[in-house]
Design a protein around this ligand. Sequence first.
Ligand code: MTE
Length: 325
Amino acid sequence: MRLRDVNFPSIASSEITPEDVWLNRRQLMQGAGLGALAAVGMTPSAAATSSTLAELAAAAADCDGCSTDESLTPYSDAISYNNFYEFGTDKSDPAQYAHEMNVDPWSVEVGGLVNKPGKLHLEDLITGFDLEERIYRFRCVEAWSMVVPWVGFPLAALLERFEPSSDAKYVAFKTLYRRREMRGTRSFTSIIDWPYREGLRLDEAMHPLTLMTVGLYGKVLPNQSGAPLRLIVPWKYGFKSIKSIVSIELVDKQPATSWQQLAPQEYGFYSNVNPEVDHPRWSQRFERRLPSSLFSPNRIQTLPFNGYAEQVASLYKGMDLRVHY
Ligand code: MTE
């Protein structure tokens, strides 16, 4: 299967998204000139019967924190204002250069402390899981934020297939590292020890809000957004949401992560969104909700856990989040 040939089955967003959210989205997309409603992804088998659809609709409605009625960031901003240092450090570099990365064929190795190590191929990612739409706030450590409708499946569904062993305590992720196709990694100003790495505690990884993502706005992820597979952890700063994943390893010790390695006093392993803990060089109390400009900064207050405290605060019970930032 070729990634560019993949069409998420055309099922109206209204069928699985609460109506008010969908209406808001529809107005926005029409306003942005994006034309017809984007389809929402789900597997062809799941799409086959209306009873399955109804079940999915019910599941989405039941899922606490899986949607928001805040206005969506326009698609054009989400795919043109990016961080993907493999292609350069300017926000416009990924949109300009990420097409140089070949994402087909693609495979993700899943191993370490699991009973059934193995590989997932591109087609497994697109059709092997029940895809859902999740509308999440996305807060970058640089104090900008977006609201994005992602298409994906819970990371827990992926991990369960490989059966984590009882010794597994953390999950370590790696991005593709292909110098020839990633000009940012060849740059003499490149600061990261490639490949880009991230990690989660196993209970964070298994949390229902933690999403493996293959699409956004009803479309397949474009390369600059982390095609074909990226992580989205909505209560953490955006750098935890690692792009273009090729390796997932279950481990028993807290894994090294790229930003923590680079500047441990600025970026911690947990990196939960926390307005009470400033970055050493700027405040984290407010954020610019994109689109924003000098004259219309769209500045809003940052919420603990990016507004997902009700769903995730219990994961950190008893921990001092000033120490474990
Ligand atoms: N993943 C990789 N492999 N390389 C990166 O440079 N940047 C991170 C994260 N994932 C990054 C990455 C940062 S800092 C942010 S804020 C988000 O991706 C940005 O995601 P977006 O471009 O889709 O908004």
